[in-house]
Design a protein around this ligand. Structure first.
Ligand SMILES: Nc1nc2c(c(=O)[nH]1)N[C@H]1C(S)=C(S)[C@@H](COP(=O)(O)OP(=O)(O)OC[C@H]3O[C@@H](n4cnc5c(=O)[nH]c(N)nc54)[C@H](O)[C@@H]3O)O[C@H]1N2
Ligand SMILES: Nc1nc2c(c(=O)[nH]1)N[C@H]1C(S)=C(S)[C@@H](COP(=O)(O)OP(=O)(O)OC[C@H]3O[C@@H](n4cnc5c(=O)[nH]c(N)nc54)[C@H](O)[C@@H]3O)O[C@H]1N2
Ligand code: SF4
Ligand SMILES: [Mo]
Length: 814
């Protein structure tokens, strides 16, 4: 705590700056110390505007799962300080949505030295960062000419909209999903683009839990409903870092838990900030082994007669032989698998699981009994354990606990999926329909550059067509850093992007010179949220929905222009200008979309009132969201979206895929959520060379890479490798020492955080550190993707970015 305070004081801040940010600093310090007290309620009341000052509502629209209003204090056209929601009675459920330390440091992002100022064209090699300034007209002309040529030569399938979530919370500025952006609208008017499915966030769980619950996306109950729970079990879920705003979920967790007095168990290889003193029990687990832990708890529940048999009989397929589908072989039910009566003949006893998970036998037995007897019990998973090599199966296995105990569809219970939230329906910018049907798994976009036409449905998960007609030749990269920083195996990606004959054109639209921007052929400086008007939403906020009107606070900086103008100008050059704009400018679109929204929801304030009041909130009229409530009440009348209409513990669809897809020898797709050992897991032979499991996490210092270039945030929450004292001692490493983390994909040098908050044998690194190669392929920025693998998971073909093996050595004593 002292360090952070010192760094604030010595970080070159003026006294005025410090006073302005001191409330903020308190938030950051609490978080840094892992202390945990909820910061949101301790903020000083907002200051009145000075005479020459205007206050403008704006917002933070980054992808942290929250969404916060910012009140910009503007003097002489400059934002001088930033505060947040100060409205209403601030009672829980109608509370103020208070920005975290990141949003409050927005000024340092707007006026950052990395800010892109002019359109530029690359003159060095991709990645070198050598550019020359060009005019907007030159940039538009070159982009349009390149698009026309590539569409003519390769077809529209060769154009790709790369994943980018930097401003996903906007309406006009919305950057994610790519199909909902203005770039998609532009492309759909000019013949379309190659689709992708899945995303870096939830590729494995989206696919995995769909086989269990059907309907595309599996819901959980809202966090507000935890006030009805007796026990809360969080698998790889860390809202204290991943849902940080005052509207966000840490506040709900703390308030609801206080109301229900529920116990909380946190299962995570790290002692997280979510645990942080709030938990009754932390169960550290080896990454990638949750399925084995669940199987052994199932063993205890079955052998001690603790399962909810009537629930399993009535609502589920394949728990035991009674409800197995006709196509399934004998003994292929879950109960047989657990008791060792299935093909592998292994009983999934606590003794069996302790060797795999590292969790003591007694803990497995006690936890199983507690989960089975606390009614109702909320079983939740974050997305950490599914961002792994067998994440599809792992995500399905967590749901097993909710099923065995009959907690689905009731207040205080849960489904084993992540929490859900209420949001106010809002009419979005129409992005039209993509004429191209081909779709790739998002994680395989680099493969689609180098071997696009060889990719198939049953080997690479291509959808919509059997094979691609063309490789990717043109990439739009809007508000994303996934060209490099956020995508796996950076050294491989670098090599692929080096070849200008492979992908021929890369256009990056960003606010900052990021590592991805350095790979652009043309880079365009976008407006920040503070330099334009937009409606902002898409927050996870329990049972309180809200949206924000973010107004223009300051004039565009340098020569930057907004995405609406950029796309309109290119549309004009592609001959679809009028179709793109429909004769409207940005503000006319906002008014138009809001008029449509109010038509379906007449209770909303009018446009001018919204502009003045900034934020609008509404409590979920249904109280708490309870997932699959209707199905629970009447399973015949309200069947699920699975083929059987029931919850599928045994999935015939998966059995078919397992029999027909081309898989590698060590890849498993299975109709049941069975434990499988994976590449780069705890028992991989490679551990003799790279003995440590490296897992990643989403870090409070940044939102992915965004805010990663803000000085005070870097000081308050440093980029360090978490390593257990046992592993550190063995290597002569102490707190703060500079270390090298390496495997055969790359090498990173950063300081060590030596802490018992991580399991021995496991190290952890926050994702999103700014990639900073030193010229000899060593990264000094702490970017985990230098070390992650491009090998996809078997079923979703998703990103297993938390599954890696590495070793660590001392470079220099602190
Ligand atoms: N190893 C590892 N890698 C991961 C993950 C992991 O857990 N481990 N997580 C993955 C996940 S879940 C995700 S969602 C992705 C996120 O990856 P990205 O979507 O790439 O997220 P950011 O790194 O925040 O990059 C957002 C970019 O948008 C820019 N930006 C911000 N605001 C604006 C704006 O108003 N206009 C424009 N034009 N640009 C703007 C920022 O400067 C930044 O360059 O990362 C993935 N990568
Ligand atoms: N501050 C901040 N907030 C964010 C983001 C951010 O970058 N910064 N990113 C946002 C985005 S886009 C997303 S998708 C979400 C991501 O949300 P999550 O995917 O849930 O976040 P992670 O931190 O990757 O993982 C959650 C926890 O899982 C643990 N974990 C890892 N492997 C395993 C395992 O095998 N088993 C178990 N039991 N636990 C494991 C990690 O240690 C971590 O504490 O966060 C969002 N919120
Ligand atoms: S980073 Fe997230 S929690 Fe923080 S201010 Fe922005 S939207 Fe809110
Ligand atoms: Mo994400």
């Amino acid at each position: 705590m002292k360090d952070a305070l010192e760094s604030l004081l010595t970080g070159g801040l003026t006294r005025r700056d410090f006073i302005k940010s001191s409330g903020v600093a308190a938030v950051g310090l609490a978080a840094t110390a892992g202390a945990v007290a909820l910061p949101f309620k301790s903020m000083a009341a907002s200051a009145p505007a000075a005479k020459d000052e205007k206050i403008v509502w704006s917002a933070c629209t980054v992808n942290c799962g929250s969404r916060c209003p910012l009140r910009m204090h503007v003097v002489d056209g400059e934002i001088t300080w930033v505060e947040t929601d100060n409205t209403g009675n601030d009672l829980y459920g109608n509370h103020q949505v208070r920005a975290c330390l990141r949003g409050r440091s927005m000024r340092r992002r707007i006026y950052n030295p990395d800010r892109l100022k002019y359109p530029m064209k690359r003159i060095g090699k991709r990645g070198e960062g050598k550019f020359k300034r060009i005019s907007w007209d030159e940039a538009y002309d070159e982009i349009a000419a390149s698009m026309k040529r590539i569409i003519k030569e390769y077809g529209n399938e060769a154009i790709y909209l790369n994943y980018g979530t930097g401003t996903l919370g906007g309406t006009v500025t919305k950057s994610w999903p790519p199909g909902s952006t203005l770039i998609a609208r532009l492309m759909n008017l000019t013949g379309g683009y190659l689709n992708h499915y899945g995303d870096y966030s939830t590729a494995q769980i989206t696919v995995g839990l769909d086989y269990t619950y059907g309907g595309g996306w599996a819901d959980g109950n809202s966090f507000s409903d935890l006030e009805n729970s007796k026990l809360i079990v969080q698998f790889g879920n860390n809202p204290a870092e991943t849902r940080m705003s005052g509207g966000g979920l840490t506040y709900y967790l703390a308030e609801a838990k206080a109301r229900s007095n529920a116990r909380m168990i946190v299962v995570d290889p790290r002692y997280t900030d979510t645990a942080g003193g709030r938990e009754e029990l932390w169960i550290p687990i080896r990454p990638g082994t949750d399925t084995a832990f669940v199987a052994a708890m199932a063993y205890v529940m079955i052998t001690e007669d603790l399962v909810d048999q009537p629930f399993l009989d009535k609502y589920c397929v394949g728990y035991d032989e009674k409800t197995l589908p006709a196509s399934a072989p004998a003994r292929s039910d879950y109960k047989s698998y657990i008791l060792g009566l299935g093909p592998d003949g292994i009983a999934k006893t606590p003794e069996w699981a302790t060797r795999i998970t590292g969790i003591p036998v007694e803990t497995i037995i006690q936890t199983a009994r507690e989960i089975a007897t606390a009614k109702p019990c909320a079983i939740l998973q974050g997305w950490g354990l599914q961002r792994t090599a067998a994440g599809e199966i792992a995500s399905r296995s967590i749901a097993m606990l909710a099923l065995l105990t009959g907690n689905v569809g009731i207040n205080g219970g849960g489904t084993g999926a992540r929490e859900s939230d209420y949001s106010i329906p809002f009419v979005r910018f129409p992005t039209l329909t993509n004429p191209v049907k081909a779709s790739i798994p998002m994680f395989l976009w680099t493969d689609a550059i180098v071997r696009g036409t060889e990719m198939t449905a049953t080997r690479d998960g291509i959808r919509g067509v059997d094979k691609l007609k063309a490789p990717i030749k043109f990439i739009w990269n809007y508000a994303g850093n996934c060209l490099i920083n956020q995508h796996a195996d950076i050294n491989r990606t670098h090599d692929i992007l080096q070849d200008e004959k492979a992908c021929e054109m890369i256009v990056v639209i960003d606010n900052h010179m990021t590592s991805s921007a350095k790979y652009a052929d043309i880079v365009l400086p976008d407006l920040t949220t503070s330099e334009q008007a937009d409606f902002c939403m898409d927050a996870f906020a329990g049972n309180m929905g809200y949206f924000i009107f973010a107004d223009q606070a300051i004039a565009p900086q340098f020569e930057s222009k907004g995405i609406y103008e950029i796309c309109s100008e290119i549309a004009e050059r592609m001959g679809v200008g009028e179709a793109f704009t429909e004769g409207r400018d940005q503000e006319s679109w906002l008014r138009h979309l809001y008029t449509l929204t109010r038509k379906q929801d007449p209770g909303l304030p009018d446009f001018e009132t919204m502009r003045k009041q900034g934020i609008y909130k509404r409590r979920d009229p249904d109280g708490h969201y309870v997932a699959y409530k209707a199905f629970r009440e009447d399973p015949q009348g309200n069947p699920l979206g699975t083929p059987s209409g029931k919850i599928e513990i045994y999935s015939e669809r998966l059995a078919r895929i397992a029999a027909t897809w081309e898989l590698k020898e060590d890849e498993v797709i299975h109709p049941l959520p069975v434990y499988v050992s994976t590449f780069e897991g705890w028992d991989d032979k490679k551990r003799t060379i790279y003995p440590l499991q490296l897992t990643g996490f989403h870090y409070k210092a940044r939102t992915h890479s965004t805010y990663g270039n803000v000085d005070i945030l870097k000081d308050a929450a440093r980029q360090e490798l978490w390593i257990n004292p046992l592993d550190a001692d063995e290597r002569g490493i102490q707190q703060g020492d500079l270390i090298r983390i390496f495997n055969d994909r790359g090498e990173v040098h950063i300081p060590a955080k030596v802490t018992p908050r991580i399991l021995p044998g496991v190290v952890a690194l926050g994702e999103g550190g700014w990639y900073a190669p030193d010229g000899s392929k060593v990264d000094k920025g702490g970017c985990i993707n230098v070390l992650t693998t491009q090998r996809p998971s078997p079923l979703a073909k998703g990103n297993p970015q938390h599954t890696n093996l590495v070793d660590v050595q001392l470079v220099k004593k602190a």
